[in-house]
Design a protein around this ligand. Structure first.
Ligand SMILES: Cc1ncc(COP(=O)(O)O)c(C=O)c1O
Length: 451
């Protein structure tokens, strides 16, 4: 008999059930209203999770096709990560990361240096993805000697002020617009299906930004996601990556790959950058790195990282929880799984999911109602109005319907037209079949509904 982690959805109440709705009322009374969207139909409150299953406060079992924001690629609560965390927590839960460092920090940094494709890698550890982006932007500023930054429209790099300055969505930026860094140029996202003229225009826009920089100074940093995740699973097209790399070399730019979402196996390789033709100087890692524990890293080869001065006792970038020993031990266990073939597992399962979805949605794809795209275990299904583009909020509608069937997904894309899947490895054959069938049925129903 299958155990929790490998179950199909089992709903024992309507979704959300009475316990989730009661928790929603309690939450409304104590959390800033900006944080959690609450309605009669949303959300469900999680009580426990293993593998690809989540159990909510009402006892409903869900199939989680999100790995909770892409973090739990190893599945929820992987036993090796939990055991490593537990062992370390009993010995030394918290330490003094940049003063009297825990042994666990050294071990994790050695494991990271071994796994990233840089000679002589150096890292700065942090707690959240946004913080890793902050460190990368500071490092690139120092290493390039130039203040300007190039980023892409649709890019999501986090919401702390530096990261938000390169994140492009207007709604996130508007409340603090005048506080953000100046000197950031957002280029339109280069479409993979762009024809010859659109390609030439995209490359000309890149050249204009480099040759005619903002008044605040010349561009020294390029920051991007190799596959834009929250923007609806959009890989950087190869032709644009080639053009960019040529200019990165010619202008002596520092290329920062934000691989918080895509890195460490999610897309079928240690770094997704290499799959799309990018050769970054600095890489930001998070999410999968901790196996479910909050930890992140900014990694670069020593000639780049050595743009920072040697510490004379006052670290110029650090934080209280840098090198947190229990988190480092968890991350070391997660990296052991990356070394043991996690990217290959993700690639194989991703191909299975993409093939199944394309087969079940073939008629809608042919009619231009749906586009299925993905790399490894990062998959986006965009619902479209033929001739007019993505159908706003259709992904939100589909994700909501899937939730009521016990399948957790996330909407994505600027207008919410995409259903995003970032499931864990280790789905059972039944779970794969169920996921493909449920997602295809709901997407087809929404796509065929008159807008
Ligand atoms: C590509 C990318 N960069 C940065 C971040 C920010 O990470 P965090 O939310 O841990 O600060 C995210 C979060 O989703 C992300 O997807």
């Amino acid at each position: 008999m299958d155990s929790f982690g490998r179950l199909l959805p089992r709903l024992v109440t309507a979704v959300p059930g009475p316990a989730s709705r009661a928790l929603g009322r309690r939450l409304r009374a104590v959390e800033s209203r900006n944080v959690t969207f609450l309605s009669e139909a949303f959300p469900v409150f999680w009580e426990s999770a293993r593998g690809a299953n989540v159990r909510d406060a009402d006892g409903n079992v869900f199939l989680d096709l999100t790995s909770a924001f892409g973090v739990s690629l190893l599945g929820h609560s992987p036993t090796d990560v939990v055991a490593a965390f537990d062992r370390q927590a009993r010995e030394l839960l918290h330490g003094m990361g940049d003063v009297h460092p825990p042994i666990a920090k050294v071990r994790l940094l050695e494991a990271l240096a071994e796994i990233v494709p840089f000679d002589d890698a150096r890292s700065v550890l942090a707690t959240s993805g946004s913080e890793a982006v902050e460190i990368a932007l500071k490092t690139a500023r120092l290493a390039s000697g130039r203040p300007g930054i190039l980023a892409l429209e649709g890019g999501y790099h986090g919401l702390t002020v530096g990261a938000l300055s390169v994140t492009s969505r207007a709604a996130f930026r508007r409340p603090v617009l005048e506080r953000l860094f100046d000197g950031v140029t957002h280029l339109p996202f280069p479409r993979g299906d762009a024809g010859g003229r659109a390609r030439a225009e995209a490359i000309a826009a890149l050249d204009r930004a480099l040759d005619d920089p903002p008044t605040s100074g010349p561009i020294g940093t390029v920051v991007l996601e190799p596959v834009q995740a929250r923007a609806g699973v959009r890989p950087v097209p190869r032709w644009w990556a080639d053009a960019l790399m040529e200019r990165v070399e010619r202008h002596g730019l520092i290329l920062v790959a934000d691989e918080i979402y895509t890195g460490l196996g999610r897309c079928g390789a240690v770094l997704a950058s290499h799959l799309v033709g990018l050769r970054p100087h600095i890489v930001c890692l998070g999410k999968v790195l901790g196996g479910g524990v909050p930890i992140s890293a900014c990694v670069a080869p020593s000639p780049i990282m050595d743009a920072w001065p040697e510490s004379d006792g006052e670290a110029l970038h650090t934080s209280t929880f840098l090198g947190h020993p229990a988190s480092c031990a968890a991350a070391e266990a997660a990296l052991a799984r990356v070394r043991a073939g996690l990217p290959d597992e993700a690639r194989a399962l991703g191909e299975q999911l993409l093939t199944g979805l394309r087969r079940n949605l073939r008629a809608l794809v042919d009619e231009g109602l749906v586009e299925v795209r993905g790399l490894g275990l990062l998959v986006g299904i965009e619902i479209r109005d033929p001739g007019r583009g993505p159908r706003a909020a259709a992904g939100v509608e589909a994700a909501q319907e899937l939730l009521t069937r016990g399948v957790i997904t996330l909407p994505a894309g600027a207008s919410g037209a995409v259903v995003e899947l970032s499931p864990p490895v280790g789905l059972s054959p039944d779970q794969v079949e169920h996921a493909v069938r449920a997602v295809a049925e709901v997407v087809a129903a929404v796509a065929r509904r008159p807008p």
